[in-house]
Design a protein around this ligand. Structure first.
Ligand code: PLP
Length: 491
């Protein structure tokens, strides 16, 4: 199914992989079919040109033909340790586990790497979290969080708590539940008829760049809109509120105003609503800025105890050496399960996978032993500084923001009014394509950060945690070159 039709007729002496690598025009079964001549297209429906890769190593991708590509985003902020053999300890941990216990159903056995990983994660939250459910994708972890909230309230004698609050301009995943929670116009559009609009309610996000109000007034208007939504729905029917502490793809690396998370937590606490932080993208060290180098994004805010009732993690959790995500539930929720003898009615065949757990442990061990979070803080500061210095005066660059190695550049048509470009122009896509083709640097493009019509273009820069200052300078040189080239060619 995954092979081109030519591969089934492999000439003698040639493996199917040989044929795949040598035939760059192969039609792979891929969500974006490989195209050869559409890279100048402005039609967002046209599948993008995808280079066929020979290998990936360190901070570079090596296509079958053409120059190597500098990885400035690790896919969707995933490859936090770079690529391939550069992380021998991770590969060794995976292969060792493969030959020890490669699989054991979580319903029948306990295995050491899973137990160790749970311990590591709970300790990383200073014991605020008390239990881990290990899965494969961010969407699964979010789906599990929403379901846990519903089942917990039912156990607790409040089955009428069936409503979920999230925010517009949010992305929480691709499954029906997680997409119902998401407020991402373009990703929801084809599925609106089946998305749950009865139980899912969206608040405006906290996006200081697009606020018409001064900061204090903006903050209080956001909290007032939460209060009125809670009142409208009726507090006793709300199960959970989910948000990203620092918003990734939906807004482009936007931290909230000081006081926002504590305000939200206080409302949730008052009304018995479970607070879920979706740290799939911004967590696991990606947004480290302080000298204390916290692993989780919510820990980077000075506000006292804003820890959630549940949180989801993925991406930098396993650096995508293997697919991994987790739902963490708080110690009180975990204690509730124990004291009431309850088991969450949820599970996947490959949940608590021992090889995945060993990969995550090795990735996290590498981050710790190489003290990489201090590098995230240092190089993140340099990245933001250089991009702001070289691009903030550009007439089509509206805002450059972020934390740690999580930096977004928002493009606008008019600097004074902050008016976004029309969606059809696909400015973010153009920057991405130009950066890849002419400057050999991979950045992550996203649309929809400005309004409900899917307008608003942003690119995200999310290099690996061991990026050097020299590589940051080179990334910035290429990104700035690509941005200038796109707008010079437009006007
Ligand atoms: N939540 C957030 C904040 C994300 O950024 C993503 C994916 O980008 C998801 C959930 C879904 O994760 P996955 O694509 O692994 O299903």
């Amino acid at each position: 199914h995954l092979l081109p039709s030519s591969a089934s007729k492999a000439p003698l002496g040639k493996t199917e992989a040989d044929i795949l690598l040598s035939d760059s025009s192969s039609e792979l079964s891929h969500p974006f079919p490989t195209e050869t001549n559409n890279d100048n297209s402005t039609n967002t429906q046209t599948p993008p040109l995808l280079p066929l890769l020979k290998k990936a190593k360190g901070h570079y991708y090596y296509p079958v033909s053409g120059p190597k590509i500098l990885d400035a985003c690790g896919g969707a902020g995933v490859a936090c340790l770079g690529h391939g053999k550069s992380n021998k300890s991770v590969i060794k941990a995976i292969t060792t586990q493969l030959s020890t216990v490669q699989y054991a159903s979580y319903a029948h056995f306990r295995v050491d790497p899973v137990l160790q990983l749970e311990k590591f994660l709970c300790e990383s939250t200073d014991g605020k979290m008390g239990k881990m459910y290990l899965m494969s994708s961010g969407s699964e972890a979010v789906e599990a969080a929403l379901k846990f909230a519903l089942e917990y309230h039912a156990w607790n004698g409040q089955p009428e708590r069936v409503n979920i609050i999230s925010r517009s301009h949010s992305y929480h995943g691709t499954t029906i539940g997680s997409l119902s929670a998401s407020g991402h116009t373009t990703r929801r559009q084809p599925f609106t008829s089946v998305l749950n609009r009865t139980n899912f309610h969206h608040l405006p996000p906290c996006n200081p760049y697009r606020s018409p109000l001064p900061r204090e007034e903006y903050l209080s208007s956001l909290l007032t809109s939460l209060e009125s939504l809670i009142t409208t729905i009726s507090p006793s029917t709300i199960a959970a509120l989910i948000l990203e502490p620092i918003v990734g793809a939906a807004l482009g690396c936007v931290p909230p105003l000081p006081g926002y998370l504590s305000g939200i937590k206080s409302f949730c606490h008052t009304h018995g609503i479970l607070l879920i932080y979706d740290e799939v993208m911004c967590g696991m060290g990606r947004t480290a800025t302080s000298p204390s180098h916290h692993l989780h994004a919510y820990q980077s805010f000075p506000e006292p105890d804003i820890s959630p009732d549940m949180m989801t993690i993925a991406k930098s959790f396993s650096a995508s050496y293997l697919p991994a995500s987790a739902l963490l539930i708080s110690t009180p929720l975990s204690n509730f399960l124990t004291s009431h003898n309850k088991v969450f009615t949820h599970g996947h065949t490959n949940q608590s996978h021992p090889v995945v757990a060993s990969a995550c442990l090795a990735v996290q061990g590498t981050i710790q032993s190489r003290n990489l979070l201090s590098n995230v803080a240092a190089q993140g500061g340099l990245l933001l500084h250089l991009l702001q210095k070289q691009l903030s005066q550009h007439p089509n660059v509206g805002d450059i923001r972020g934390r740690g190695l999580f930096v977004g550049i928002e493009f606008i048509a008019d600097k004074t009014t902050k008016q976004p470009f029309e969606r059809e122009l696909d400015i973010a896509g153009r920057v991405h394509k130009t950066a890849l083709k002419n400057w050999q640097v991979l950045v992550y493009a996203s649309q929809g950060c400005a309004d409900d019509q899917g307008r608003g273009d942003v690119i995200m820069v999310m290099p690996a945690y061991d990026v050097t200052a020299k590589e940051i300078r080179e990334m910035v040189r290429r990104i700035v070159g690509a941005v200038r080239e796109v707008f010079d060619s437009l006007w």
